[in-house]
Design a protein around this ligand. Structure first.
Ligand code: ADP
Length: 577
């Protein structure tokens, strides 16, 4: 484009110059021909005075030393002499433009094709004012100067071409020098935009390009720092979100899921891969979540709802999410699985109801008995003794319940069980065995002991462990039929200490086996009470075992007896007896 412009302007300039030169050459030629004509007019006068067509010799004399065509014309236009043609054969020349001009102004010029010499000629005619008047005309072919002029033109054209080429080469080199750093900057900027924030431009120049490179480098380093900060903030946020026990879902205004943390995925039982750009309506339970989120987004208010997913109760808080300009840009949904909390709540309220009921029964009995004694002052002594005996039994029962409740509340707070001392489990088992032998005998039960010769030591609290084994042995004796047999066994299985309490008693129905560890749960309430049970024994067992990082299981069949098995991690300290 620029090259074309340069070329056109050079050609135009050359053309104007050539034109000017041509004009100058013509004028010079004209002047030269006019001078020659002025000189010749003296020689021509005699021929004019003669008035006859000049002889060959006269013509030769007139044109001596002159290369051009010379024509002598009288005032009427008759050609008297011509050094190129025979004057007698030439027609009247009075109407030739140069003659018409010369007649009027003294000098006339003309450029035209000569029929006589068949060439384009430059004519200069001079009016001879001395008598007898006439015209002397000198003509020269224009072809010579035209060929010179066309050579000049082609030289100008070639020079224009050369200048343009040189200009273009210099221009290209200059442009390359200027644009190369710009191209480099553009390339680097594109790569930075594509994420290669570590790239930098050399930028050693002091000119504008250097300043631009420095500005670009600063921008890149600023962007790199910002991206780094943003990434670490995002990572921190992602780590925090991933670590939350609450489920968190972020959605945009179209309810498209922007983020869902692990806890939320688990609560709603959804697969992370499937959630790529999923909609809220794709999540279970779609209806409640979508509807409430829509209301939250439209009305800009926080909402609190409860949903149920796979029998789990989930508490949902939906709050609008504000953007920079205080516009709502989406919503945050926080999910909390409250199933366990609700269960604990129920257990607690059941416990209070059960405990009140358990305590109320002996208190009511005692109150009734005492009122009867007070009302009947003449009561027979033997009846009174029976009543007082009953009151004593109820008081003992009350005491047992309260003792169990105190134990349970102590073991409930697991921290209160100290597990920092080595406890010889073999000794505890042996002690419980000895303590329960009498009770067993009273109940007609044969109590047996089976322990290894090496002592088994665990980390724990002896009082709690003693209570746990006692409760299991008490139950085995209580729920044994006639000819009952109870085996108390201690063994080591791998790194676990294993305590088994086996009886051949009434057994526990399958459906009750999981519930017997609940507080106040009894299979046969009447029988338990009869036996002095409180319904808290196995709850205490479960707590003590749990606080020693162990587990308790039950195997039982109705009328086939029951085996309680307790496994507690052992420190593997074996002491030979
Ligand atoms: P309780 O004071 O009533 O014995 P527990 O918590 O110790 O309370 O036991 C809960 C219930 O489990 C008992 O009421 C009884 O129905 C059942 N149970 C416990 N141990 C045995 C066993 N060895 N044989 C049969 N039933 C048992």
């Amino acid at each position: 484009m620029l090259g074309g412009l340069v070329m056109v302007s050079t050609i135009v300039f050359g053309w104007i110059t050539a034109q000017q030169l041509e004009n100058d050459v013509r004028n010079t030629l004209r002047e030269s021909l006019q001078t020659q004509a002025t000189i010749l007019q003296q020689l021509a006068l005699p021929l004019l005075e003669n008035g006859q067509i000049a002889t060959e010799a006269q013509v030769e004399q007139l044109a001596r030393g002159i290369d051009h065509r010379i024509t002598l014309i009288n005032v009427q236009g008759k050609v008297l002499a011509d050094n190129r043609e025979s004057a007698g054969l030439m027609e009247d020349h009075s109407s030739r433009p140069e003659i018409v001009d010369a007649r009027a102004h003294g000098v006339g010029t003309s450029e035209r094709h000569s029929q006589t010499v068949r060439q384009t000629m430059l004519y200069v005619a001079l009016r001879i004012d001395r008598e007898p008047k006439g015209f002397i005309r000198i003509a020269m072919p224009l072809e010579i100067i035209q060929s010179q002029l066309s050579e000049l033109r082609s030289r100008i054209f070639l020079s224009a071409l050369l200048i343009t080429t040189v200009f273009l080469i210099i221009g290209f080199l200059l442009a390359r020098r200027v644009t190369r750093p710009l191209v480099e900057i553009t390339d680097t900027a594109e790569q930075i935009a594509m994420g290669r924030y570590g790239l930098r431009l050399p930028g050693s120049q002091r000119d504008e390009i250097g300043k631009l490179s420095a500005a670009m480098n600063e921008l890149a380093s600023e962007t790199e720092t910002r991206i780094h900060d943003l990434t670490s903030s995002c990572n921190q946020l992602a780590t925090i979100l991933a670590g939350l026990t609450e489920g968190v879902i972020a959605v945009d205004m179209d309810s498209t899921i922007l983020h869902i943390n692990d806890a939320a995925q688990k609560m709603l039982s959804v697969d992370a891969q499937y959630l790529q750009l999923a909609q809220l309506r794709d999540l279970p339970p779609a209806a409640e979540l979508t509807q409430s989120t829509q209301s939250c987004l439209q009305e800009r208010i926080s909402l609190h709802i409860s949903i149920k997913v796979d029998e789990r109760n989930i508490d949902v808080l939906i709050a609008p999410l504000d953007g920079l300009d205080n516009q709502v840009i989406g919503a945050i949904i926080v999910l909390q699985d409250i199933t366990e909390m609700l269960h604990l709540e129920k257990v607690r309220s059941d416990f209070v109801a059960n405990a009140s009921h358990e305590l109320k029964t002996p208190i009511s009995a005692i109150r009734g008995l005492v009122e009867t004694i007070i009302d009947d002052s003449s009561m027979d002594k033997s009846v009174l003794t029976t009543f007082l005996g009953r009151i004593q039994n109820q008081a003992i029962r009350l005491d047992t319940i309260v003792q169990d409740l105190i134990r349970l509340s102590r073991f409930d707070a697991q921290d209160t069980i100290r597990r920092d001392s080595n406890v010889n489990l073999s000794e505890i088992i042996r002690a419980v065995y000895k303590a329960k032998l009498e009770d067993a005998a009273d109940s007609g039960v044969d109590l047996m002991l089976d322990i290894p010769s090496d002592s088994i030591v665990i980390q724990g609290e002896s009082e709690a462990l003693d209570q746990m084994v006692s409760n299991l042995v008490d139950n085995a004796i209580k729920y044994c039929g006639d000819d009952g047999k109870v085996e108390l066994r201690l063994s080591r299985r791998g790194q676990m200490a294993c305590i088994e309490v086996k009886d051949n008693g009434i057994g526990i129905p399958k459906e009750d086996q999981q519930r017997i560890f609940e507080r106040f749960y009894r299979v046969d309430r009447g029988r338990s009470r009869e036996q002095g049970g409180t319904g808290l024994g196995l709850s205490i067992v479960k707590h003590v075992v749990g606080s020693h990082h162990g587990e308790v299981t039950v195997r039982s069949g109705l009328d086939k007896g029951t085996v309680f098995e307790v496994r507690i991690p052992s420190t593997l300290v074996a002491v030979s007896e």
